[in-house]
Design a protein around this ligand. Structure first.
Ligand code: ADP
Length: 185
């Protein structure tokens, strides 16, 4: 099962991706987590990515596409994978379409988690206290939401046209939302 989670920052992609990963025993690949690990270890990738991330800007497409390409080459993805936080631009989506063609393992479902802008702002500012992420400042949060609208929201149409889009209302208990997701797979 090859899945993508699509949705704005704070929609719950990570939480739901984690649960599906355990349920179906397939890896959850979060580009945000990969980048944060690289920043933490101060690798060359991390040093380059940090500035973009702290501002709430996107890391350049070539870098992130390379990371995903390498990650999908690992054997644990053979029976499926869940992408969380990728693709985030049309160029990334097109690269992924190309990659999955080459590897002959098409994306089967794109789960779009929908949450209102006000709810997202509340969640993200609340999360700041809990997780202490560098990019959870007011300004970075606002910027991430803008970048989402401009760069990532168009992917909803891209995947709808391919018949892959599954829309989920991202409000309610974590269990309820998981049930809704499982029901559309
Ligand atoms: P959130 O969804 O809450 O914004 P993520 O953990 O998915 O957080 O991403 C954190 C940051 O990592 C992003 O703001 C961006 O700088 C970078 N990033 C993650 N995934 C991508 C991607 N696919 N393309 C470009 N930048 C990315």
């Amino acid at each position: 099962m090859n899945l993508i989670f699509l949705g704005p920052p704070g929609a719950g992609k990570g939480t739901q991706g984690h649960r599906l990963s355990a349920r179906y025993n397939i890896p959850e690949i979060s580009t945000g987590d990969i980048l944060r690990a690289a920043v933490h270890q101060a690798t060359p990738l991390g040093l380059e990515a940090k500035g973009y991330m702290d501002r709430g800007a996107l890391v350049p497409d070539e870098i992130i596409i390379g990371i995903v390409r390498e990650r999908l080459a690992q054997d644990d993805t053979n029976h499926g994978f869940i992408l969380d936080g990728f693709p985030r631009t049309l160029a990334q989506a097109e690269a992924l379409t190309q990659l999955s063609k080459e590897q002959n393992r098409p994306i089967e479902h794109v789960i779009s988690i929908e949450v209102s802008a006000e709810e997202l702002l509340q969640r993200l500012t609340g999360r700041r206290q809990l997780e202490g992420r560098h990019d959870d400042t007011d300004e970075a949060i606002r910027h991430r939401l803008e970048v989402y609208q401009r760069e990532t929201a168009p992917l909803i149409d891209y995947y709808r046209q391919q018949g892959l889009l599954r829309c989920i209302v991202g409000v309610g208990t974590i269990d309820d939302i998981s049930q809704c997701i499982i029901a559309v797979l």
